[in-house]
Design a protein around this ligand. Structure first.
Ligand code: SAM
Length: 232
């Protein structure tokens, strides 16, 4: 008898959750530090998101799929007056970031270790100043395009949580995904592309520290596009 197909537990996460076994110290940080920093989606979100952070923060940014966490930790350290919510379901990446948070005594980051759509649906309307989606899984085969994080339904989610004037920043080295994102945002009434000339999307975002996936793209000879859309 064939096994019944397992229902997917998440809407928009299709990747691996675990890699190599964690070292003892990493496992301890996942067990002890993550629960203190993890958003509790069973409780309603505070109306004012600054209540999530012990640091006094004036703005909030959301980074979806932070991977090695190079960008998130860099931004959090450079701007202590912004609260950062980082989402990453891959446990080895989460462990790497926790180590940095502890070593650098960062207190303006909150985390979530599952599908970012859950956080987006939990956040209050117009509560976020910027959404960063940096080198999202590209799903290059046409039959997998529907798995891409950028979609009409997820742009509706961004539009709900972003304040008017807030930004959606997207970077990718995969041309078909860059075009896909441009078309989806062009067709969405809540977003306008801020670029006026080609340098605007060929130049990395201000203060850009690069990421592991960007380094891989360069090694493999691919350039990147950096797209900024404004929530109108
Ligand atoms: C290609 S990697 C890029 C990582 C990092 N941003 C960088 O530039 O190096 C994409 C990351 O997105 C994460 N991811 C995929 N789907 C996600 C989802 N639905 N919610 C949150 N993270 C997701 C993956 O686990 C992976 O770490």
């Amino acid at each position: 008898m064939t096994e019944p197909r397992r229902a997917r537990a998440t809407e928009a996460f299709f990747g691996r959750r675990k890699g190599k076994p964690l070292r003892e110290r990493q496992a301890a940080q996942i067990e002890n530090l993550l629960p203190a920093l993890r958003l509790d989606l069973k409780e309603p979100a505070p109306e004012d998101l600054s209540a999530l952070f012990p640091a006094a923060v004036k703005r909030t940014r959301l980074e979806i799929g932070f991977g090695g966490g190079e960008h998130l930790i860099h931004r959090a350290a450079e701007d202590p007056s912004t609260g950062f919510i980082g989402v990453e379901p891959f446990v080895n990446s989460m462990a790497k970031l926790l180590r940095q948070i502890e070593a650098r005594e960062i207190d303006n980051v909150r985390l979530y270790d599952d599908d970012a759509t859950q956080v987006l649906d939990w956040l209050p309307p117009a509560s976020i100043d910027q959404v960063d989606l940096l080198y999202p899984d590209p799903w290059p085969k046409r039959k997998h395009w529907k798995r891409r994080f950028v979609s009409k339904v997820n742009l509706d989610r961004f539009a709900r949580v972003l304040r008017p004037g807030g930004l959606f920043c997207f970077a990718s080295d995969i041309d078909s995904y860059v075009n896909w994102t441009l078309i989806h945002c062009r067709d969405h009434a809540a977003f306008e592309w801020t670029a006026e000339k080609s340098a605007d999307w060929l130049t990395p975002f201000a203060g850009w520290p690069s990421t592991r996936y960007e380094a891989k793209a360069r090694r493999e000879g691919r350039g990147s596009a950096y797209l900024t859309f404004r929530r109108v």
